[in-house]
Ligand binder design. Structure first.
Ligand code: SF4
Length: 509
């Protein structure tokens, strides 16, 4: 039977390269929508977020009765708390969806391969219940299901499948019209420029799923730009080139051959230039992951690549550096990327190019630092090494937009899942955590000093006399305004005080 009508429930995804918690919309729902439409333009695809289902169960029951299949997309594998939505992380909630649904339920996204959970300090849990489990790329599965029928699905080779997926993403932008954040104006599309990690040649970092995608596959510039153009024409104004392990090496001919490929400035410039040409009045164009080792190995080319990004992006951008730990023992055991000197060098170079303040009140491009606690080899000395990194940053007067300290979540199938049963957090973690919080507060004072004006702050939550807002973009700073404002209004504020991850501000009329 051909699949004609589908309901997608977006349980949100969060992976090392890719965010799908509102206001972000990740690739999964978009590729499914596009694949269905490419196969059969008369097919019908409904879209609900898991938060919409929670607040309006009868709508879910009704829509699930109108379709042949309900697809639940989920897999928030990176531990985190979110202002814009609460990911589906509990098997119990999946069981409830099955109970309420009037059509069979399929599961797709990272949840099917890596399990459910994504809670720091724990292992993910593989789903072994009675659902239709779709592993791997969703686009070829749904394309074939709509074109030939669910019983006639065959596997495609990865390259052919990537070609189809890339086209499906272009067609699938139409799904944004059903997304609740579209009317608010802060919907942010996570754009994929390539998949996989250059470090697959050495097996990659022990905890990461990215090397498991195999040899990196690069999306052609034409497809990326066309996708942005389609979304822009439909009204999307915020984009993040966040679905790749290192934006600096997009299009490098050495990607997939060398562990530390050299940046390809010509293609990177064409990519950013192409996006700005088709989306001239965009509000946000940000990046996500940058491999600090690329900057160390290729300093001059990296400077040029970073200059290109700063020329075409919007300010407030963050280059998230997966440093994880600078304890030499942890670095070695987990095949991490940089030692302390290499990390400092990368942070210095990003500051040199990106710290100038832009029109929305924020520095153009600053580094973000990710630490992971609980990796094999960790000891109480680990915190001293990591503290030393932070002290050196301070001494050198460098800026860092944010530090993310997470407990390791062991994802099934990664190297670390074979190395240890559960994460052991070394003694001294609590005091390091407190040190980081204090350090961050001091740093935030420098990144957005008192009196800084921030524009385009979107109010996302109003609770007990306080309004919470953020600018659209990569790792936005939470702004607290001590008055009840209209939810989803766009305002400008002036910074008055600092916490470790947020600022207290007053509205500027
Ligand atoms: S560099 Fe490490 S953490 Fe980053 S994508 Fe590659 S394997 Fe994952």
């Amino acid at each position: 039977m051909k699949l004609r009508r589908l309901l997608i429930v977006d349980g949100y995804t969060d992976e090392p390269a890719g965010l799908g918690v509102p206001p972000y919309l990740d690739v999964y729902s978009r590729e499914v929508y596009g694949a269905m439409k490419l196969a059969d333009k008369y097919s019908t695809v409904y879209y609900l977020t898991i938060d919409q289902v929670r607040s309006n169960r009868s709508l879910f029951v009704e829509l699930s009765g109108k379709v042949d299949l309900t697809l639940v997309v989920a897999g928030a594998l990176v531990p985190g708390r979110y202002l814009g939505g609460e990911p589906l992380r509990d098997v119990e909630e999946l069981r409830l969806l099955k109970l309420w649904s009037n059509s069979p339920i399929a599961l797709g996204g990272p949840i099917t391969t890596y399990g459910i959970g994504g809670i720091g300090g724990k292992r993910t849990e593989i789903i072994d219940e009675d659902f239709i489990i779709i592993r791997g790329d969703l686009a070829p599965w749904f394309y074939q299901a709509a074109k030939y029928g669910i019983d006639r699905i065959s596997s495609l080779d990865p390259r052919e499948s990537y070609y189809l997926r890339s086209k499906a993403l272009i067609r699938g932008t139409e799904i944004v019209l059903q997304h609740p954040n579209m009317n608010i104006g802060n919907l942010t599309l996570e754009i994929e420029t390539y998949r996989g990690c250059a470090r697959w040649v050495s097996g990659g970092c022990s905890f990461c799923i990215d090397p498991q995608y195999g040899k990196p596959l690069v999306r052609p510039i034409y497809d990326i730009v066309k996708e942005v153009e389609n979304a822009y024409k439909l009204g999307v104004r915020n984009f993040r080139l966040g679905r790749q392990s290192d934006i600096l090496v997009y299009g490098s001919p050495e990607l997939g051959v060398n562990e530390w490929p050299k940046p390809n400035i010509r293609l990177l410039t064409q990519l950013f230039n192409g996006i700005r040409n088709v989306a001239p009045s965009l509000i946000t164009l940000h990046i996500d992951n940058v491999n600090p080792r690329t900057i160390y190995e290729w300093p001059d080319l990296s400077r040029r690549a970073l200059k290109t990004i700063v020329e075409y992006h919007t300010p407030g951008d963050v280059a998230a550096l997966g440093i994880e730990s600078v304890d030499p023992k942890v670095v070695k055991l987990n095949n991490l990327k940089v030692d302390i000197d290499q990390a400092i060098f990368a942070i210095e170079v990003i500051n040199e190019i990106g710290r100038k303040r832009g029109w929305n009140g924020l520095p153009h491009l600053l580094p973000g630092i990710n630490f992971i606690a609980g990796l094999p080899g960790e000891s109480k000395e680990t915190w001293e090494f990591n503290k030393e990194l932070l002290r050196r940053i301070e001494r050198k007067g460098l800026l860092v937009r944010r530090v993310n300290l997470r407990k390791l979540s062991i994802i099934e199938g990664t190297k670390v899942s074979y190395m240890i049963k559960k994460p052991r957090i070394a003694k001294g973690y609590e005091s390091f955590r407190k040190y980081v919080l204090k350090w961050q507060e001091e740093m935030l004072r420098k990144v957005v000093p008192i009196g800084t004006k921030l524009v385009n702050v979107v109010i996302e939550k109003v609770e007990r006399g306080v309004s919470y807002g953020r600018q659209p973009g990569s790792y936005p700073i939470t702004v607290e305004i001590p008055q009840e404002l209209e939810k989803y209004s766009w305002i400008s504020v002036e910074v008055k005080r600092h916490h470790s991850r947020s600022v207290l501000a007053e509205i500027v009329w």
